[in-house]
Design a protein around this ligand. Structure first.
Ligand code: SF4
Ligand code: SF4
Length: 333
């Protein structure tokens, strides 16, 4: 049966009920903060619709400090996951990293690789200090590399991106990132170049390892495969190609109840650049605020209320539960 392009055809909660699944929050292990939508790139699949023209949407020092206050108050939140845009372009990036590391938290940064090599889109500042800064603070670096060849990478992320990404990985390897026993972790993220589900994570990791080592002498630790979410720039691209319904059908048809049980919103909370709270980064981009029956700003964070909340689901959630599932750390099941 061909699905029609309306919300009820892609009703995620009905699908959960059909499988007797109740997805309630389990923990808040991770605080994920989006430091803003400014980016040096304008990738086709970007669910944030980030780019160099979005300098007005940056997390302020007050909001950063509210996030740090949450970490100080709740030791059970063990990870800080910093994302964007390119979060390194926010003027408070160094402050948030050093402070969270000082609080003993595991800090991860979603790093697009090329930001190290491009001048800051607003100030023109060189960003070449990043690899040394990451290493000094022992950040876990999570970087997108859509493929091990320039054709698919440049098609998705812009001309010349592959060569510059390779150069940036080399700089990270030189600091010890991705090198065995260095303690510095470099994860790569693969997402499909088009409207299809990612291939298996284990096999792709072997292929990436072989190709990056043989061709460029580069290494990394883990490979995460992530499904393109049918929102924002990727959705617009699908609609322009009249392929949105077809993609949704694929996601809905590949619904995996095991993956559903592990969706990341059960164990994290997402903070927008303006301090508003969301169940995940995708809900944030859709403007679906967290539902805790009261204030939804980082300044009023109450862990008990957050754990008691009902997660806000929508049609895009099928992107997290298709096939082997998809989260910020790759496959779920
Ligand atoms: S996908 Fe990442 S690197 Fe590309 S535009 Fe979006 S935030 Fe920037
Ligand atoms: S899109 Fe967000 S709310 Fe929906 S299942 Fe995925 S993580 Fe949860």
């Amino acid at each position: 049966m061909r699905l029609m392009a309306n919300e009820s055809a892609y009703d995620f909660e009905t699908r959960l009920r059909q499988h007797q699944l109740e997805l309630q929050p389990q923990t808040v292990e991770t605080l994920q903060i989006n430091m803003g939508r400014l980016c040096n790139q304008t990738c086709l699949h970007c669910h944030v619709s980030a780019g160099p023209d979005r300098a007005g949407e940056q997390m302020s020092r007050d909001t950063v400090d509210s996030c740090l206050a949450i970490l100080a108050r709740y030791p059970e939140i063990v990870k800080l996951d910093i994302t964007g845009g390119a979060p390194e372009l926010n003027e408070h990036f160094r402050h948030v990293v050093e402070s969270a590391a000082g609080l003993g938290r595991h800090v991860m940064v979603r790093h697009n690789l090329t930001v190290t090599l491009d001048p800051h889109p607003v100030t023109g500042e060189s960003m070449d200090w990043l690899p040394a800064f990451f290493a000094e603070n022992k950040l876990e670096v999570v970087s997108s590399l859509p493929y091990w060849s320039s054709y698919f990478t440049d098609r998705q992320r812009g001309s010349g991106t592959f060569d510059r990404s390779i150069e940036s990985i080399r700089l990270l390897n030189e600091r010890g990132y991705g090198i065995e026993h260095s303690g510095l972790v470099l994860d790569l993220v693969y997402n499909p170049a088009g409207a299809f589900l990612p291939l298996g994570q284990e096999q792709l990791k072997k292929d990436f390892e072989r190709e990056l080592m043989q061709n460029y002498g580069l290494s990394f630790n883990r490979l995460y495969t992530i499904t393109n979410m049918p929102i924002n720039r990727f959705r617009e691209m699908l609609e322009r190609r009249d392929a949105f319904e077809e993609y949704m059908e694929k996601l809905v048809g590949a619904f995996n109840p095991c993956a559903a049980g592990g969706v990341m919103c059960r164990n994290l909370v997402s903070v927008g650049w303006d301090g508003r709270l969301y169940d995940c980064d995708f809900n944030q981009m859709k403007g679906l605020r967290i539902d805790i029956g009261g204030p939804v700003h980082v300044g009023n964070f109450d862990l008990k209320k957050v754990l008691d909340r009902r997660i806000v689901f929508g049609e895009h959630c099928f992107g997290c539960t298709a096939g082997a599932g998809s989260s910020c750390t790759g496959e779920i099941s």
